[in-house]
Design a protein around this ligand. Structure first.
Ligand code: CTP
Length: 399
């Protein structure tokens, strides 16, 4: 429940603004109070009357309304909230936020606030992928702004890709996570997850069987303890959790770049099954049979080791956790891997086919640290995730 919580909801322009009405209903249903702020562009899509009727409160639209003595000043308006939620956030609003501009009520509130800010972007896919928006998002994330979405899918403008406003239920999950005062509140944790895809040509790739289930469960467990999670995921079978910042990548090189862009962090958990090798002679166009019956020869180059790079890098998080999937001599191999890669803990598991762990719902892990090896009983991947998240919270407690 969100009883006693007040959300200042800024509704930007865009066709997705209608979903903010559903969000208001969910917030009110969960017991939260909603102070709505409608930008001029937002008012082109939803009416002030419907917003205020659902919120049960006055809707604010204009900066200069607030200069009236009888009104609440904008500084105060931005501070009485427990959280500011911007949904939908347009490319323009993100740009203003990143630059610290204050030329209307919404941007002024965002600049004047000392409260947490959660942003749910919605825009055309090209605008979302534009270098300028990438810069603005990276800047805002570095400033501590949380993100939920955007989702990928068909858009109102007829294009397809990331840019759709996250569903109201996912925004609710992110709001709950942002308001959690768990032991990891205020901590930034990077989690890598899923496989990587290494292209052979534009239509073929090399991959592995990682489902992303364990990494996803870990990200959700860290979120539930209040962490601000950046979830860097390869093309996984299971969907990314709500309430975390999702960075979707394909290759190991992209994963390393995304992790480095997400630093600094208090902790990093590298649960991804990163391909050790990429195809060095990947073709720029589809490889064709030439009729000779001769198979093409693939050449491989070693991928960067993300875990080792982060563990040995200048911006090393205080706690770095790696995984080791082994089929024999699990503890010996994983102990050597911890030292070789320079991480603090290795979560080792036996992925021999007989264990049914790879692709299954359970895991039996041994956690290896400088203090030795500790074997946990076989349990659900969600339970492993919760136990690991609690360990991480305990390790970061006194820093
Ligand atoms: N890892 C990584 N980048 C890579 C390879 C692996 O970050 N290029 C990380 C994984 O996310 C995991 C850990 O390193 O946390 C162990 O990966 P694993 O593939 O088991 O180790 P390898 O170095 O490949 O060792 P080996 O092949 O000998 O098992």
């Amino acid at each position: 429940m969100l009883t006693d919580k007040r959300i200042l909801l800024i509704i930007g322009g865009g066709i997705a603004a209608y979903k903010s009405l559903l969000l208001i209903r969910l917030l009110r249903g969960a017991g939260a109070a909603v102070t709505p702020v409608l930008t001029h562009a937002g008012a082109e899509f939803v009416t002030p009357l419907s917003v205020s009727a659902l919120a049960g409160e006055k809707v604010y639209t204009d900066l200069f309304d607030l200069t009236d003595e009888a009104e609440m000043g904008h500084i105060q308006l931005s501070r009485v909230a427990d959280l500011i939620v911007v949904a939908p956030a347009t490319a323009d609003l993100l740009a203003k936020m990143a630059q610290g501009r204050a030329d209307d009520l919404a941007s002024t509130l965002l600049l004047a606030t000392d409260t947490g800010v959660l942003v749910a972007p919605a825009m055309n896919v090209r605008m979302w992928e534009h270098a300028a928006t990438r810069r603005n998002v990276a800047q805002l994330a570095a400033d501590g702004v949380r993100f939920v979405g955007p989702d990928a899918g068909e858009m109102a403008c007829g294009e397809f890709g990331p840019g759709r406003l996250a569903e109201p239920e996912a925004i609710m999950a992110a709001i709950r996570a942002a308001l959690t005062t768990g032991p990891l509140a205020g901590r930034h944790v990077i989690v890598t997850s899923g496989p990587t895809h290494e292209p052979i040509d534009p239509v073929r790739y090399i991959a592995n069987r990682s489902s992303g289930a364990q990494g996803t469960a870990i990200a959700a467990a860290l979120r539930d303890l209040g962490a601000d999670v950046t979830f860097v995921t390869g093309p996984a079978a299971v969907p990314a959790p709500a309430g975390v910042t999702v960075v979707a990548v394909e290759t190991a090189a992209e994963m390393l770049a995304a992790v480095e862009a997400a630093l600094p962090a208090d902790a990093a958990v590298m649960a991804a099954a990163v391909a050790d090798w990429r195809v060095a002679n990947a073709a720029g166009s589809k490889m064709k049979k030439d009729g000779s019956g001769k198979a093409p020869a693939l050449e491989f180059a070693e991928n960067p080791d993300i875990l080792a790079t982060v563990s040995k890098g200048d911006a090393r998080p205080r706690l770095v956790v790696g995984f080791a999937a082994e089929t024999d001599d699990v503890v010996a191999h994983a102990t050597a891997k911890r030292l070789r890669k320079g991480c603090d803990w290795i979560v080792a598991n036996d992925v021999s086919p007989a264990t049914g762990i790879m692709g299954g719902t359970e895991n039996a892990v041994t956690v290896i640290s400088a203090d030795g090896a500790e074997s946990w009983p076989r349990m659900g991947k969600d339970q492993v995730a919760r136990k690991l998240a609690e360990r991480i919270a305990a390790a970061l407690k006194n820093s």
